[in-house]
Design a protein around this ligand. Structure first.
Ligand code: ATP
Ligand code: MG
Length: 648
């Protein structure tokens, strides 16, 4: 391409609205233009990179036996209701109303449409496995679109959906999952971006096994924890924690599945339980900040107990209703539904992990009350509702269960993270507005009215730097940031169940096929390539050869006379070799051309000037090298093509 015929609006200044390097440089290098919050036009250079990434993804999908289809953006919202995802996606789902008043969802992902597609044409196990993919625009009404194309409201995704009769064995879900895992590794390696694979939470997609592919970067929005032994890495949303010490007074209350608990003796209270007046200090932060005025001295978050009140609710299935009357009195069941309150307690400097809480809670209710796990909705209680149930949000202490009124008491449970079970100097809510207590001691002050078994100890917090690895091999977890560029899931039969899709198996029995789903964020690979270590420098972008908009830029010092002739000749010849070549035919000063070539990050620059041409030489300068080299005209084509092919 000739520069003068293209549209490459480079900027010298860093645009004020951009805070991360990829966003700044994508604007400065003329790759994108913002149209509205979270939507972007890809200009010629950006479009070229987009196309190259898509092509690599396409080749690797085809190689993994996935077949390409193209599904629509507009989807019947009823399908989203059938799978329960209209609610799970919430406000992130764009819904439009057509002229007839019908609602359509604008696909943020395509599980429903693809499962319906499968249903229409596949009826026998003989047609399995089947893996369908597409590369297409997705829409998500992100709460905070930011960081340029890293989190936008409209973006390109490669999404694939696979269908199977079995989990294991030939043609099974695990086989395809592993194939896709390998294909993803090849995609990211070919795109020239470093990546780590981590265990992940399934989120609103549903399912039970999943991995994310992350580009390590300090600007990433995801937190990754990896064992320093190198044998475990997970997203913080999912990361388990190795065995921790638990106060011996809770030894009968440990949730199953907790990694080997170590019990420690409890020590005596640090003092009399004392109330402290703490106005406007409903958060741990405000409490610690105001402590010197409230009580004198300093208070660290690690000496506070943070309590969060959740509501677990759901409808009873007919089956459950039949047994409910037995449980009604003991557990406070309604006729056709249930509501339970959970007070979750973590140390003040720790973060509660909702996914862990949800998982613990569904297994607890399943075990204790035979409630179906996918029946239970969990939500943080809103303040007014909590207040009327007797929980003064912001000032709740675990000992609230000592004196709740019967109705609420029968429905209230407490779950404590191991690190919060110990004795020591604790400050926690006093269960009255604007009041806290200090010297709280579990053994002395926590006397639940209802059975003690309603108190559970479980891993309910986010793992953090320095925690023991869940492998329990002496490994220590280290925290870092990453950009999620890919995500693969074993879905199981969530979608084939809810959309009532079956195939006939070998015995002519109707069964729900098992599914996997696999996503790649195309735009994030591009931004990630810039964010990666070595992906940018003071001069601008440094593209990996495989996804660079052009392999080579030819820069005549002056586009006239012999320099122009030679530049034109190189331009033609290199293109004939199959290279993507940009010819800077502008009437700009050489300094400007060099700066722009660096800014847009073309991996190789060939500079054609009268001085070199006097010796039949042109200047050969890789983007990553400080110094240029003079190469004879007769050797330049071969040298250049070899350089490009080697770097692909
Ligand atoms: P995130 O947690 O970052 O919101 P997600 O887990 O919701 O992403 P998936 O549903 O797994 O995303 O979608 C598959 C891939 O699509 C992601 O791995 C990511 O690379 C990309 N992606 C998701 N949301 C966006 C977005 N708003 N902008 C750009 N790419 C996105
Ligand atoms: Mg994801």
């Amino acid at each position: 391409m000739r520069w003068t015929r293209s549209l490459i609006p480079t900027l010298r200044q860093v645009p004020a609205e951009a805070v991360v390097p990829s966003h700044q440089l994508m604007l400065r290098a003329g790759l994108i233009q913002q149209v509205a919050a979270g939507s972007y036009t890809y200009l010629p250079l950006g479009a070229a990179v987009l196309r190259k990434v898509m092509q690599i993804v396409r080749e690797e999908m085809n190689r993994a036996d996935a077949v390409e289809v193209f599904m629509p953006t507009l989807q019947p919202v009823e399908w989203w209701e059938q799978t329960g995802r209209r609610e799970a996606y919430g406000d992130n789902l764009f819904v439009v109303k057509d002229r007839h008043g019908r609602h359509q969802a604008m696909g943020p992902t395509h599980e429903e449409v693809c499962t319906k597609l499968f249903d229409a044409y596949v009826s026998s196990y003989r047609q399995l496995p089947l893996n369908l993919y597409q590369i297409q625009t997705k829409f998500r009404d992100e709460f905070r679109p930011r960081f340029g194309v890293l989190r936008s409201r409209e973006f390109q995704m490669k999404d694939a959906y696979s269908f199977h009769l079995t989990l294991d064995g030939p043609g099974g879900l695990s086989e395809t999952y592993d194939k896709m895992y390998d294909a993803y590794c090849r995609v990211f390696a070919r795109c020239g971006v470093p990546y780590v694979v981590v265990e992940a939470e399934a989120g609103p997609i549903g399912g039970n096994a999943s991995h994310e592919f992350m580009i390590p970067s300090p600007t990433g929005e995801d937190t990754v924890l990896a064992s320093d032994k190198g044998n475990y890495a997970a997203n913080v949303e999912k990361c388990e924690i190795g065995s921790r010490e638990i106060s011996v007074i809770f030894s009968g209350n440990i949730a199953p599945g907790m990694p080997g608990a170590k019990y420690v003796e409890d020590s005596p209270p640090t003092g009399e339980l004392a109330e402290v007046h703490t106005p406007n200090a409903s958060s741990i932060d405000d409490l610690c900040k105001g402590w010197s005025t409230f009580a004198g001295g300093k208070l660290k978050p690690s000496h506070t107990l943070k309590t969060l009140v959740f509501k677990a609710e759901g409808d009873l299935t007919t089956e459950e209703q039949a047994t409910a009357h037995k449980l009604r009195k003991e557990y406070g069941f309604e006729n056709d539904g249930f509501v339970f309150y959970w007070v979750a307690v973590v140390r003040g400097d720790h973060e509660l992990n909702e996914a862990k809480l949800r998982q613990f809670l569904t297994s607890f209710h399943g075990r204790e009350m035979s409630l179906k796990s996918d029946n239970i909705g969990l939500s943080l209680m809103d303040e007014s509702e909590a207040k009327s149930a007797g929980f003064p949000i912001g000032y709740v202490g675990p000992h609230i269960v000592n004196d709740l009124t019967t109705g609420v008491a029968a429905r209230t449970y407490v779950v404590i993270d191991p690190d919060a079970t110990h004795s020591g100097f604790w400050v926690t809510g006093a269960n009255a507005a604007s009041q806290h207590v200090m010297h709280f001691n579990w053994e002395r002050d926590y006397q639940p009215k209802e059975q003690f078994h309603r108190t559970q100890v479980a891993d309910i917090r986010n793992a953090t730097e320095g925690d023991p690895s869940p492998k329990d091999d002496g490994g220590v977890l280290r925290e870092s940031k990453g950009i999620e560029v890919g995500h693969i899931f074993k879905l199981g039969d969530k979608y084939s169940q809810s959309l009532k899709v079956t195939v006939l198996d070998e015995n002519q029995q109707e069964v729900h096929p098992l599914m996997g789903c696999y996503g790649i964020g195309i735009n994030r690979i591009i931004a990630g390539a810039i964010e990666r270590d070595g992906g940018n420098d003071d001069g601008g972008v440094v593209w990996p050869m495989s996804i660079a908009p052009f392999h080579v830029v030819i820069t005549p010092i002056k586009y006239e006379g012999r320099a122009a002739e030679v530049a034109n000749e190189l331009y033609e010849k290199l293109q004939a070799e199959g290279l993507d070549v940009l010819l800077d035919d502008r009437a700009e000063r050489p300094g400007v051309k060099f700066k722009d070539a660096d800014l847009i990050g073309i991996p190789l620059r060939l500079t054609v000037g009268d001085k070199g041409l006097a010796n039949d030489e042109v200047e050969f300068k890789p983007r990553t090298e400080e110094k240029a080299e003079m190469v004879k005209l007769e050797a330049i084509i071969e040298r250049t093509t070899a350089f490009v092919r080697e770097a692909m």
